[in-house]
Design a protein around this ligand. Structure first.
Ligand code: COA
Length: 375
């Protein structure tokens, strides 16, 4: 019998690739190309973070102006894709439509095996620019509203909000979305990034790799958690009900959405920022009841299980206060994470190695064959 390979359930504690893009510190810090996000937030805009993730350095003024103008000019999507979004199945989830639409974008980009190097960085920027437009356009057409084109004079998050809602955001809202996008831009070798890297490791095209990531992000224990956090906040009528609700869920062996993490052993640093933004926005839209419920849930879950909120918990009230419907929470996450996914895809291409683990075989050997008439 061959020797059994080492098995790690869920690949826990296995380093499956080497990266310079980001580091998730179990003690509660997140670094983008060496920079602690606590130091970046409030000092850089999302476009700077995109540049940082793709180039492993922050841009100077000219480089920032360049990447801004590239991103804004690439935001427009082909007319045919808009038409397809109009005819998307009405009862489907926006993540299903988004996945299909990214595939359609790929149809407009002719690949050949020789052009992976230089052209792929342009593709990355195109995808980073166009995924938010797909999300905004889908939302508009599904609500029987005309799609809105991006404005050259607007920043990236500003354009996203404008195209999604059909009216310009005010400075506080734009900053909130900009911060949200920065905080969601990358996060080590999370499940969707891993999926993207596996696809890229076969030298498949960048669109396919991003679609792999999107399909993975959608799951309820990954990016799909935030949408369910909103469901939980709606299920609990008032503060007094929180404790019994949470205890009941835990007693039934259910997981509390927006809590727990594979890497962090303490609070997720992104959650701290989102909590602050969520509080400000809830105050603004007079939904402090939602914020207070979140705080109470956080206290009860910590008391019961000693676990902390992750990025998806307070993101729910941030997006809700920005007027984003809950089924669009994961598409907003995907819109921001496309930056990290594409940075990792580029890094994976340059690694030039197939990601192909092995498995521990639990089946039988040498089973006697029985012809079909005798089975
Ligand atoms: N609610 C209740 N208990 C939780 C929990 C949660 N959200 N997250 C973890 N736990 C418990 C587990 O039941 C397990 O307890 P046990 O050791 O008694 O069996 C322990 O904490 C370890 O959790 P585990 O599921 O093994 O950790 P993991 O690394 O495999 O999973 C997540 C990490 C994120 C998938 C998990 O915490 C989860 O499903 N969270 C909810 C979904 C979510 O918010 N996802 C977004 C992640 S950013």
């Amino acid at each position: 019998m061959p020797e059994e390979p080492f098995y790690s359930r869920g690949l826990r504690d296995v380093a499956a690739c080497q990266t310079r893009i980001s580091f998730v510190d179990p003690l509660g810090a997140l670094y983008y190309s060496g920079y602690d996000i606590d130091r970046l937030i409030g000092r850089v805009c999302y476009e700077e973070v995109v540049y940082l993730l793709l180039n492993n350095k922050l841009p100077n003024k000219n480089e920032l102006a360049d990447i801004r103008s590239i991103l804004i000019s690439e935001m427009k999507i082909p007319k045919h894709v808009i038409t397809c979004l109009k005819y998307a199945a009405k009862k489907s989830h926006p993540m299903e439509n988004l996945r299909t639409a990214v595939s359609q974008l790929g149809e407009y980009d002719t690949y050949n095996d020789e052009d992976y190097g230089a052209k792929n960085k342009q593709r990355a920027l195109k995808l980073i620019a166009q995924v938010p437009t797909l999300v905004a356009t889908l939302h508009r057409v599904q609500n029987k509203q005309a799609p809105i084109a991006p404005k050259e004079e607007y920043g990236f998050a500003e354009n996203f909000l404008y195209m999604f809602r059909g009216k310009p955001g005010d400075p506080q809202e734009i900053t909130a979305l900009d911060y949200y996008m920065i905080l969601h831009a990358d996060h080590g070798l999370n499940a969707s990034t891993f999926a993207a890297r596996v696809t890229a490791s076969t030298f498949s095209d960048m669109y396919s790799a991003v679609i792999s990531a999107m399909g993975t992000l959608r799951g309820k224990i990954h990016g799909g958690a935030s949408e369910r956090v909103m469901g939980m906040l709606r299920d609990v009528d008032n503060l007094g009900e929180v404790e019994a609700y949470i205890k009941g869920m835990l007693f039934d062996g259910k997981k509390i959405m927006g809590f727990g993490h594979r890497i962090y052993r303490t609070e997720d640093p992104r959650s701290r920022h989102l909590r602050k933004i969520g509080r400000t926005l809830c105050q603004r839209v007079k939904r402090m009841d939602l914020y207070r419920k979140c705080r109470r849930i956080q206290d009860v879950v910590h008391k019961e299980r000693k676990i902390y909120p992750n990025v998806d918990f307070y993101a729910a009230i941030v997006l809700d206060a920005l007027g984003v419907d809950r089924e669009y929470f994961t598409p907003f996450f995907a819109s921001s994470r496309t930056a990290g996914w594409t940075a990792h895809i580029l890094e994976q291409y340059s690694e030039s190695v197939l990601i192909r683990p092995t498995s521990t075989y639990l089946g039988a050997y040498g089973t006697k064959f029985v012809p079909i008439e005798k089975r």
